[in-house]
Design a protein around this ligand. Structure first.
Ligand code: NAD
Length: 243
């Protein structure tokens, strides 16, 4: 009997296509804390006040007061070994797609090409009045930052109460229904509809492998316990030995 990691490596090689669903946990080792974890953002700030579309329309400076620093430091955050391992798996032809709930752009920065950001991206900022686009971190000063036309700027991310981009969700459902292995990495699997995607994969006969520091998805078929930045490079090296 091999190790759990070896078993999953065999699965990824033999049972293609494989897709990954990632959440805030994969970026934790890049210095971006998960919101729902202990000490995370939502413990200090009520998301319904600071990150809902309703409140954004009433007082956008609340949102910018907790997100502005992050957005202005956008380029300072770098992918970690977990993001890089997924990009390498894709380059080897063993990972067809990454569906991410993250808005930090780190999968693309690591070299992943086939990525769907179902909650949007902090990189793209647009004016809610004239539609002019800006790119983080190059955004005007001010609280909230304003466009040259005077309109409020909003990152192209999904706030609480907003619908998810339909094209991105369509791709996410399709990839989840068509894969034969899904790697569920660093997500608490509570935010819908992302939390349904591993169930869609399972219903269509895929094996679900969870990578997390603690088990969050009770119906996974395999659980690789540990930090994504450690477990994913280990899995990659196991795959390289066997492939
Ligand atoms: P979450 O905060 O609900 O859960 C994070 C999960 O990651 C937990 O299960 C935790 O045990 C696990 N985890 C923590 N550190 C880990 C590590 N080093 N390796 C592996 N797993 C680790 O996150 P979520 O499920 O993605 O949902 C939160 C929502 O907040 C999402 O919608 C996402 O868009 C947003 N968010 C994004 C970012 C980002 O873009 N980096 C950061 C925080 C929150």
């Amino acid at each position: 009997m091999g190790s759990a990691c070896e078993e999953v490596a065999n699965l990824v090689i033999r049972q293609q296509p494989c897709v990954a669903l990632t959440g805030a946990g994969i970026s934790a080792e890049s210095g971006i804390p998960a919101f729902r974890s202990k000490g995370g953002l939502w413990e200090k700030f009520d998301p319904t006040v600071y990150a809902s579309i309703e409140m954004f329309r009433k007082d956008p400076s609340k949102y910018w007061s907790i997100r502005g620093e992050f957005i202005r430091n956008y380029d300072a955050y770098q992918p970690n070994a977990g993001h890089t391992a997924l990009a390498e798996l894709e380059a080897m032809g063993l990972l067809r797609h990454v569906i991410t709930q993250n808005i930090d752009g780190l999968h693309r920065k690591a070299g992943s090409r086939s990525v769907t950001e179902i909650h949007g991206s902090l990189r793209e900022i647009f004016c809610v009045r004239c539609g002019k686009e800006y790119r983080a971190p190059r955004i005007p000063e001010g609280m909230p930052p304003l466009c040259e036309c005077g309109g409020v700027l909003k990152p192209n991310t999904v706030l609480f109460g907003e619908s998810l981009p339909p094209q991105a969700m369509e791709t996410a459902w399709q990839e989840s229904g068509a894969c034969r292995v899904m790697l569920v990495i660093g997500t608490s699997a509570v935010v819908q509809p992302a939390a349904s995607l591993p169930h869609v994969a399972k219903e269509h006969g895929a094996a679900v492998v969870e990578v997390n520091i603690e088990r969050a998805f009770s119906s996974s078929d395999h659980f690789l316990e540990g930090k994504a930045g450690t477990v994913l490079p280990e899995l990659l090296s196991e795959i390289r030995k066997l492939a």
